[in-house]
Ligand binder design. Structure first.
Ligand SMILES: [Zn+2]
Length: 262
């Protein structure tokens, strides 16, 4: 578990609690529920502002895939129409501009405690999300909030794609990532498969889909295909799934894009 001083230092000159001035309209108690959408990525579901949905999905996936950080579905959330704790100021959660990741592992408390990999923080910050671990009064390391305007989102989205997708900027790799994400999302169901005999079949279907995508993809996905083969074996042993996912993700990330045809 990293010490607080191992993390990126707080950036200066950032104005917080300015969602309304930044053009996001009203927050708590007049929350704009109709502008909230559900994002499924990185094995979790969060509700956020529609404008941020793609950006949040990329960042959640990258948190899992690039930083090997397992997000817990029951410990992670976004939109919540409420005030800041112990205050009557609206929380960024009430605009759908903030997400909380693994709140039991990254609690809002003093002394600071977090198991987030240190690289996760600059990644979210480079894409516009200020980290609650930087709060000086009481750190809130589960918390990431978007502190820019709606007009800034496209630039942060480009940044996120640069950071995350540069390794393989093509549709095949994305399809694979989505499949992997689907597997991660099923992880909790799989954990309970003993009580539900249908779950192993669902896992088998997902694994077959990964294998099919890998076959369709160009030779860049050979490694992923090999991993998908191993995935079939893991159906028989759900405990091996986590290791397997890590292997698939690592190998997809590590592969260089194929050379263009001569
Ligand atoms: Zn929060």
């Amino acid at each position: 578990m990293p010490r607080r001083d191992a993390y990126m230092k707080r950036p200066h000159g950032v104005s917080l609690d300015r969602a309304q001035e930044n053009g996001w309209g009203s927050g708590w108690p007049h929350c704009q529920t109709s502008k909230i959408v559900e994002v499924r990525a990185g094995g979790v579901k969060v509700n956020v502002r529609r404008e941020l949905a793609e950006l949040v999905a990329l960042l959640l996936n990258a948190t899992v895939a690039m930083h090997h950080y397992r997000l817990k579905a029951h410990d992670t959330g976004g939109y919540n129409c409420r005030s800041i704790r112990n205050s009557d100021k609206p929380s960024n959660h009430s605009w759908g501009l903030a997400v909380d990741l693994n709140w039991n592992d990254n609690p809002f408390q003093k002394p600071f405690k977090s198991n987030l990999p240190v690289g996760v923080i600059p990644m979210w910050w480079n894409c516009g999300f200020y980290w609650g671990g930087w709060y000086s009064t009481k750190p809130d390391p589960m918390h990431f909030e978007y502190v820019f305007t709606p007009a800034d989102v496209p630039r942060h989205l480009r940044k996120a794609k640069e950071l995350i997708m540069s390794f393989r900027d093509d549709g095949d790799a994305r399809v694979l990532m989505w499949r992997i994400e689907g597997l991660l999302a099923m992880r909790e169901t799989i954990d309970n498969h003993a009580t539900n005999p249908n779950e192993p079949n669902k896992l088998g279907m997902a694994v077959n889909a990964i294998a099919a995508d890998a076959r369709r993809a160009a030779d860049s996905a050979r490694a992923a295909q090999a991993a998908a083969e191993a995935a079939k074996a893991a159906v028989l042993d759900p405990a091996a799934l986590e290791t397997l996912l890590e292997r698939v993700v690592r190998r997809v990330l590590a592969e260089q894009p194929p050379a263009p045809p001569a």
